[in-house]
Design a protein around this ligand. Structure first.
Ligand SMILES: Cc1cc2nc3c(=O)[nH]c(=O)nc-3n(C[C@H](O)[C@H](O)[C@H](O)COP(=O)(O)O)c2cc1C
Length: 229
């Protein structure tokens, strides 16, 4: 299953086989995240930790993300780790974003973690298993890219984003309402990065080449532009 197909099958996995992965599997995962393409100009750092080093969480292992504290850096963390969420699930592992969990000795630049491990919880088989807003609530157009974006995971499933399609450009804007505004850690920016990853993967699946991602204006009321040709 490729990453595009995984968008339509992934889920947050909360039940794991407690047997840890072997060192070779963990090294492969670490190499994959270290080699992941980040948004131009961004340089998040990733570490793998076992659950005994964490407070909370569901999974036997986690990828911890560290970055500077700018809006664009948080979007980049969301975008890069969502590539890992999809890759892990396409590789037969379970995974889950976890804002509630954290390393016991969190450094100041710690941002979020993605738990992962072996699981017998199956992937989703039909799109109706996803609980999501209607396309018209999150996009000005109903098209293949918007349909893939709609399935992006988000903290508390708030889906705090709105897509606008124009010629050669998709804009993803934060749409943070009500209780979403009080979530800690500016998780809406990580959510924005996550939906951006789905947009990029779907554009590439459509045969487009993404030429630029402008995350400089990422903030509560601003937007990220993805240009493609
Ligand atoms: C940034 C972020 C943080 C999350 N934190 C938690 C968490 O702390 N605990 C939890 O059970 N789920 C957490 N989730 C999972 C969401 O609840 C889940 O993605 C959403 O309900 C959609 O479900 P799905 O991923 O199964 O499609 C988080 C998701 C994201 C994107």
């Amino acid at each position: 299953m490729n990453l595009y197909e995984t968008i339509f099958a992934r889920r947050s996995v909360r039940q794991y086989d407690k047997t840890p992965l072997d060192a070779a599997a963990l090294t492969e995962i670490k190499n994959h995240v270290d080699g992941a393409k980040q948004i131009l100009g961004q340089s998040a750092r990733f570490e793998i930790a076992d659950s005994d080093k964490l407070k909370g969480g569901f999974a036997p292992h986690a990828i911890l993300a560290f970055s500077e504290d700018s809006d664009a850096a948080l979007v980049n963390v969301g975008c890069t780790l969502q590539g890992m969420d999809l890759w892990l699930q396409s590789s037969g592992y379970g995974s889950i974003w976890c804002g509630m969990a954290a390393p016991k000795d969190a450094a100041g630049d710690y941002r979020i973690l993605l738990g992962f491990g072996k699981t017998s919880v199956p992937l989703r088989t039909v799109e109706s298993e996803f609980k999501r807003k209607k396309i018209s609530d999150i996009s000005n157009e109903d098209n293949a890219v918007a349909r893939a974006a709609r399935l992006a995971p988000s903290a508390v499933n708030f889906q705090p984003w709105k897509l606008t399609f124009a010629a050669g450009k998709v804009t993803a804007a934060s749409n943070v309402r009500g209780v979403g505004r009080i979530l800690p850690g500016r998780l809406y920016l990580i959510d924005l990065g996550i939906v951006l990853k789905h947009v990029v993967i779907a554009l590439e699946h459509e045969g487009k080449t993404v030429t630029a991602i402008d995350a400089a204006g990422a903030g509560k009321d601003s937007a990220i532009e993805v240009s493609y040709e």
